[in-house]
Design a protein around this ligand. Structure first.
Ligand code: SF4
Length: 372
C-alpha cells in the first residue's frame, strides 16, 4: 500500500467493513454500554490471551462484584484474585487493582481519555489504551492486536514477520490509524477485530463470505494463509513440577505464592520444580520443607496433570504425605500459609492447574489404588 493510494483504498474497504459490522457484530455483555470506560477496560484486559466465550461468565461475575472503578480500588487483593481465578495470567488482575488505585489517586477516580495518559497506568499498553480511547471515548486512536495484524497483513499482502520486523509494526500502526473513518473509530476498530475473529481466521479464512474480499491482495494470491509471514514458531520447554498434599486433622496445608512470582498472591499446595534425576516423592518432601520448613513422611505419588504456561509445558505431579505434628511451620518461600478444610478451600483464590490436581486427589481418595 503506497501513501498515494492510502486514503482511497482505506475509505473503500472501511465502508464495506462498517456496513458488515452493523449487521453481524456479536451481542456481547461489554457492548451494552460502551460509554462506560471502566467496563471497556475490564473486558479488554480479560480478552487478552483468553477467548470471548471463556471471558463472558468471568466478566459478568466481575462486574457484579466490582461494578465501578472505585469498588475495584477499594477491594482486598485476595478478593480480586479470587474473581480472576481460572482466567490465568494473574499479573493482569494485580495490575487492574494497582491501576484502579492510581486512577483514584491521580485522576479523581475517572479513567483518562488520552492514549498517552492511559499508558502511564500499570498493565495498559498501546493496544489497550487505544481500545479504551477509541471504544469508550470515540477518539481516533488505532489498535493493533493479533486479529488486526492478520486482517491487515492479508488485505495489503504485507511482507515480513509482525513479531520481529519493526518496519512492519510501524506500517501496521500507520494503516490502522490512517484508515479510521472520521467519527467512526469505535465501530471501525471493533469491526477489524471482529472480522479477524469471525471471518479472517488464522488457518481457515472464509473469503467467500468476507465483506472486504474485493479489496484483498492475499485472496488474489490464492493462499491467504501465507500472510502474516510469521517466522520460527515458539520453542516449547518441558518442565516437571510437584505439589505436596499434607493433611492434618482433615485439613490441608496451602500456601500463598509471593506477589512478584508467576501466579503471585494465589494459593496452592506447596510446589517446586523437580530437578533432573530427582525422584518425584523426594521433590514433594523438598516442596514442603522449602515452603514452610516442615519434614513430612510417607510421601506417595498419586497422579499428574499437564498444563501450559507461556512457552512451558508443565507436568504437575501430586503426592500425598503425612506430618507427625513435630516442629512449627513458618512462611519461608511463601507469603503465608493456612490449614483449611474442604469447605474453606472454596474461599481461596487457587489457579486452574492446582484446582485440577485437587480434583484428581479427591478422586484417588474415593477410589484408593486409582492412578493417573
Ligand atoms: S478476503 Fe479472505 S484473506 Fe482477505 S481479509 Fe477477507 S477473509 Fe481475510
Amino acid at each position: 500500500m503506497t501513501s498515494s493510494t492510502d486514503s482511497a483504498a482505506s475509505m473503500s474497504f472501511a465502508a464495506d467493513l462498517l456496513q458488515w459490522y452493523a449487521s453481524y457484530k456479536r451481542s456481547l455483555p461489554w457492548r451494552v454500554n460502551q460509554d462506560n470506560a471502566y467496563a471497556v477496560w475490564i473486558s479488554e484486559i480479560m480478552l487478552q490471551q483468553t477467548t470471548v466465550n471463556a471471558v463472558i461468565g468471568f466478566y459478568n461475575r466481575w462486574m457484579e462484584r466490582f461494578p465501578t472503578l472505585t469498588s475495584l480500588a477499594d477491594a482486598p487483593l485476595d478478593d480480586v484474585l479470587k474473581h480472576w481465578a481460572g482466567l490465568g495470567y494473574y499479573a493482569r488482575a494485580r495490575n487492574l487493582k494497582k491501576a484502579a488505585e492510581e486512577v483514584v489517586r491521580r485522576f479523581d477516580g475517572v479513567l483518562p481519555i488520552s492514549v498517552d495518559q492511559l499508558m502511564t497506568l500499570p498493565g495498559i499498553g498501546r493496544y489497550t489504551a487505544g481500545a479504551i480511547s477509541s471504544i469508550a471515548f470515540g477518539l481516533e486512536a488505532p489498535i493493533v492486536d493479533a486479529n488486526v495484524i492478520r486482517v491487515l497483513c492479508r488485505l495489503f499482502a504485507l511482507h515480513g514477520d509482525p513479531k520481529t520486523s519493526s518496519v512492519l509494526q510501524k506500517q501496521l500502526w500507520h494503516i490502522a490509524e490512517s484508515s479510521i473513518p472520521t467519527g467512526k473509530a469505535r465501530d471501525y476498530n471493533q469491526a477489524l477485530m471482529e472480522l479477524g475473529a469471525l471471518v479472517c481466521q488464522p488457518s481457515a479464512p472464509q473469503c467467500i463470505r468476507c465483506p472486504i474480499s474485493r479489496h484483498c491482495e492475499a485472496k488474489r494470491t490464492g493462499d491467504p494463509t501465507v500472510f502474516p509471514e510469521f517466522g520460527v514458531t515458539k520453542k516449547w520447554i518441558e518442565v516437571t513440577h510437584v505439589s505436596c498434599f499434607v493433611e492434618l486433622d482433615n485439613r490441608l496445608l496451602i500456601v500463598q505464592r509471593p506477589l512478584e512470582q508467576l501466579w503471585g498472591g494465589l494459593w496452592e499446595l506447596p510446589r517446586v520444580a523437580v530437578l533432573s534425576d530427582e525422584p518425584v516423592d523426594l521433590a514433594a518432601k523438598r516442596a514442603v520443607f522449602e515452603t514452610v520448613g516442615l519434614i513430612v513422611d510417607c510421601v506417595r505419588p498419586f497422579g499428574s496433570i499437564r498444563h501450559v504456561v507461556t512457552n512451558r509445558k508443565v507436568s504437575l505431579h501430586g503426592c500425598d504425605a503425612t506430618w507427625s505434628g513435630e516442629g512449627e511451620p513458618k512462611a519461608l518461600a511463601c507469603r503465608q500459609f493456612a490449614w483449611v478444610d474442604a469447605a474453606e478451600l472454596e474461599r481461596y483464590a487457587i489457579s486452574s492447574p492446582q484446582l485440577e490436581l485437587l480434583a484428581h486427589w479427591r478422586k484417588t481418595r474415593l477410589q484408593p489404588g486409582l492412578q493417573y
